[in-house]
Design a protein around this ligand. Structure first.
Ligand SMILES: NC(=O)c1ccc[n+]([C@@H]2O[C@H](COP(=O)([O-])OP(=O)(O)OC[C@H]3O[C@@H](n4cnc5c(N)ncnc54)[C@H](OP(=O)(O)O)[C@@H]3O)[C@@H](O)[C@H]2O)c1
Length: 281
């Protein structure tokens, strides 16, 4: 029941109706019997600053931030975490006695999901993509001490990413398949493989891979992407992108509602069902 003690949080986006964060956070509120509520907050770009200050004034604990505000919200924050600075984006705001603190939990969510699947986050990691998600993932892998190789269709963007991170190595897009022999993890952080995106010959691209290679995709629509299917055909371990979505949410929930939620199969199934994705047993 919502009452005067209810802790409030939400997700700011434009549009925001696609976000599964309200489903996830309100599920955790019920599971942990937290007196909390999490609401979708459709905020047009011009209203971003006013809206964030309004949430602070209204006593919200914080908010998630999604497309298209993840970079613009930098300028609304009083303080940024080191991770947010490195990731170049903010997806989690906490309001700490009036101070607006911006953090980015996408990269941590990605690495926590790998670890939860028994993948050691170490060694040489080849990242496909140099967009916003790739940057957060790369920053977190570097924090784990991984050697990061970055390739991107537009090479300039990969160079800019390595420059911004101050670490990592750029690989030409045509040459990434040759790097698989020495890699421990391959990550697809492009939108290739997402429903509606062009086909790509993953099977041919994986020819130089090996049995010990772990293959992760951050795309989760479909859940079993063409890359993951090609890797599974070779008998290699794969990790799908749905877990990243769930794990990135935990830190915000803990900050706003005071409980670090567990991630179990029920949560995966809840989101998979809502997104019309395959349920994995
Ligand atoms: N699992 C999760 O929690 C999670 C979180 C965030 C994002 N994602 C998913 O991650 C993907 C990327 O998101 P983003 O925010 O980083 O997007 P973004 O900033 O728009 O970047 C898109 C990336 O995909 C590449 N790309 C697009 N079409 C391509 C093609 N035909 N061939 C080769 N590369 C192509 C782009 O290369 P160019 O630079 O050459 O255009 C760029 O590297 C999306 O599918 C998104 O849904 C998942």
């Amino acid at each position: 029941m919502i009452n005067g003690e209810t802790r409030l949080a939400g997700v700011i986006g434009w549009p925001v109706s696609h976000s599964r964060s309200p489903l996830l956070h309100n599920y955790w509120c019920r599971t942990y019997q937290v007196n909390g509520a999490y609401v979708p907050l459709p905020v047009p770009p011009k209203q971003l600053k006013t809206a964030v200050h309004g949430l602070v004034a209204a006593g919200f604990r914080g908010a998630n931030v999604t497309i298209p505000h993840k970079e613009a919200v930098f300028h609304v924050c009083d303080r940024l975490t080191t991770v947010a600075r490195r990731a170049g984006a903010v997806n989690t705001l906490s309001f700490d006695q009036g101070e607006i603190v911006g953090d980015c939990t996408d990269g941590v969510g990605f690495c926590d999901n790998l670890a939860a699947h028994g993948v050691s986050v170490m060694g040489k990691v080849l990242i496909l993509g140099a967009g916003g998600a790739a940057r957060a993932v790369a920053a977190s892998l570097l924090d784990h001490g991984c050697d990061v190789l970055i390739t991107n269709r537009s090479l300039e963007r990969a160079r800019a990413l390595v420059n911004a991170l101050g670490a990592g190595e750029v690989i030409a897009w045509e040459e990434w398949p040759e790097q698989l022999a020495g890699a421990s993890i391959l990550v697809n952080a492009t939108s290739l493989g997402m429903n509606g995106q062009p086909d790509f010959d993953w099977n041919a691209a994986l020819a130089d891979g090996h049995e010990g290679l772990r293959v992760a995709d951050i795309v989760y629509t479909p859940r079993q992407t063409p890359l993951l299917k090609a890797a599974q055909k070779r008998g290699w371990q794969t990790v799908d992108g749905l877990g990243m979505l769930i794990y990135q949410a935990r830190a915000g929930f803990e900050r706003w509602f005071g409980v670090l939620p567990d991630v179990d199969k029920t949560v995966f199934d809840l989101l998979a069902h809502d997104l019309n994705l395959e349920i994995i047993e």
